[in-house]
Design a protein around this ligand. Structure first.
Ligand SMILES: [Zn+2]
Length: 284
């Protein structure tokens, strides 16, 4: 007797793990950092391979993908970043790469984790419903990350946009320019009901409570004064907010529109990643 055919949207985690195993020869190291409903969550660490002048701070970057299982372009972009050895262009950067934070959701094409919770709203407080998040926080809390790049997608967007924390800088504009060469940039709009997007960049300095919004209703009025106050009052942190709060790590979240072809979205994610890496190593 054979198994019934899998639904078309099911993706293979076995394939993903085989691709990861194939790319991680020394000096790269692959390690299981958490377990999620029978799936291993993997990280690949790439040490810096060139000494940088002692006067310059070390650059340690986290690349994360697949927190939301229905956003596959980031997962694919990070696999190709490894397979195509794109990291070799930045030998002074130490990388931690987590290609797929939510394997259970990834194989099913579902945003949430196995307990039905959005993992990217579970990084503030430990919960028995999201043990994988607690395990990942333990691992990342010991890393001295200087920058995190988190690859997401937006099913409502018509073009790319990015969040930059703690605030929009010239680097954010460089990201938008680089992505604009390979795909469309989002028109000005409001995302997550409270965040204005201008020129492809989410303006977290201009958060506005909207009547009827869940987050807005839960926040005290003073929370909207500035972004740090907002973060302190926000009970459900995404990963980049946790890393910014924990490490002071500059944090980017990239959002590609799922309506576009996968290959184009992967190219957009890689353009965004590489624009940041380039700038990090040029900045004195
Ligand atoms: Zn997402």
């Amino acid at each position: 007797m054979t198994d019934p055919p899998a639904p078309a949207r099911q993706r293979s985690y076995v394939d993903l793990e085989a691709r990861l195993a194939a790319v991680t020869a020394a000096p790269l190291r692959r390690r299981r950092i958490a377990q999620q409903a029978g799936y291993a969550i993997w990280e690949v660490r790439i040490p810096a391979r060139r000494r940088i002048p002692r006067s310059r701070p070390r650059v340690r970057v986290l690349l994360n993908g697949g927190t939301h299982g229905d956003e596959p372009a980031g997962v694919e972009a990070l696999l190709r970043f490894l397979e195509q050895r794109r990291y070799e262009a930045w030998p002074e950067i130490a990388f931690t790469v987590i290609p797929c934070l939510n394997p259970w959701g990834f194989v099913r094409g579902i945003r949430e984790g196995p307990a039905g919770h959005d993992l990217n709203r579970a990084f503030r407080r430990a919960s028995p419903a999201t043990p994988e998040v607690s395990a990942i926080k333990q691992v990342l809390s010991r890393r001295r990350l200087t920058c995190s790049l988190d690859c997401h997608e937006d099913c409502d967007a018509t073009g790319f946009y990015a969040y930059e924390l703690p605030e929009v800088s010239a680097l954010g504009h460089a990201v938008v320019e680089a992505v604009g060469a390979v795909g469309p940039i989002s028109p000005d709009c409001v995302v997550e009901e409270i965040v204005p997007v201008r020129g492809g960049l989410a303006r977290t300095d201009q958060l506005r409570p909207q009547a009827g919004d869940e987050i807005a209703a839960a926040m005290p009025p003073e929370a909207w004064r500035d972004f740090r106050t907002f973060v302190e009052a926000w009970p459900t942190w995404p990963l980049p907010i946790y890393l910014w709060h924990r490490h002071g790590a500059r944090a980017f979240t990239f959002e590609t529109p799922t309506a576009l072809p996968l290959e184009q979205r992967v190219a957009m994610q890689l353009a965004a990643i590489e624009a940041v890496l380039q700038a990090l190593t040029l900045t004195p």
